[in-house]
Design a protein around this ligand. Structure first.
Ligand SMILES: [Zn+2]
Length: 126
C-alpha cells in the first residue's frame, strides 16, 4: 500500500517520487535492476500525473547527466591523482569505470531533476 503522509520536496526528489503527489514511484523497477532501471511509468500510478511532459522533454536530462559525469571526473580523477601515483591510463580506466557503475544513478536522478525543476508540475497532496 502507498502511504499518504506528506513528503518534503527533498524527500520526493531523493525518493524518485511523482513531483505532483510525491506518493508513487517514477520508475517501475529498482535502480539496481540493470536490465530495467531506465523504465519509467508513463503516468503516475497514484494521481495520474503525466510524466511525458512533451516529446523530447528528457533530452534536457543529459545536461544533468553531463554535470554528474564532470563531477565524477573531477572528484575521482583528481582525487585519485592526488592520493595515488597512478598512470594516466589507470586514471582514465578508473574514471570510466566509476562513470559506468554510477550510470543507473545518473540516468535516474537526471530525469528526476528534470521533472522537479523544469516540468512545471506543482505539488498537490491529495
Ligand atoms: Zn502522482
Amino acid at each position: 500500500m502507498e502511504n499518504h503522509f506528506k513528503k518534503t520536496f527533498f524527500q520526493g526528489l531523493v525518493g524518485q517520487k511523482c513531483p505532483h503527489c510525491r506518493n508513487a514511484n517514477l520508475f517501475e523497477y529498482s535502480g539496481f535492476n540493470l536490465m530495467n532501471f531506465s523504465t519509467m511509468h508513463k503516468s503516475c500510478t497514484h494521481c495520474g500525473q503525466d510524466f511525458v511532459i512533451e516529446p523530447g522533454f528528457y533530452t534536457g536530462a543529459m545536461y544533468f547527466s553531463y554535470a554528474f559525469n564532470v563531477a565524477i571526473l573531477l572528484v575521482v580523477g583528481l582525487g585519485a591523482n592526488i592520493l595515488f601515483d597512478l598512470h594516466v591510463y589507470t586514471l582514465t580506466a578508473l574514471v570510466i569505470g566509476v562513470s559506468l557503475v554510477t550510470m543507473p544513478f545518473n540516468f535516474r536522478y537526471s530525469r528526476v531533476l528534470m521533472l522537479y525543476f523544469f516540468s512545471g508540475i506543482e505539488y498537490k497532496n491529495k
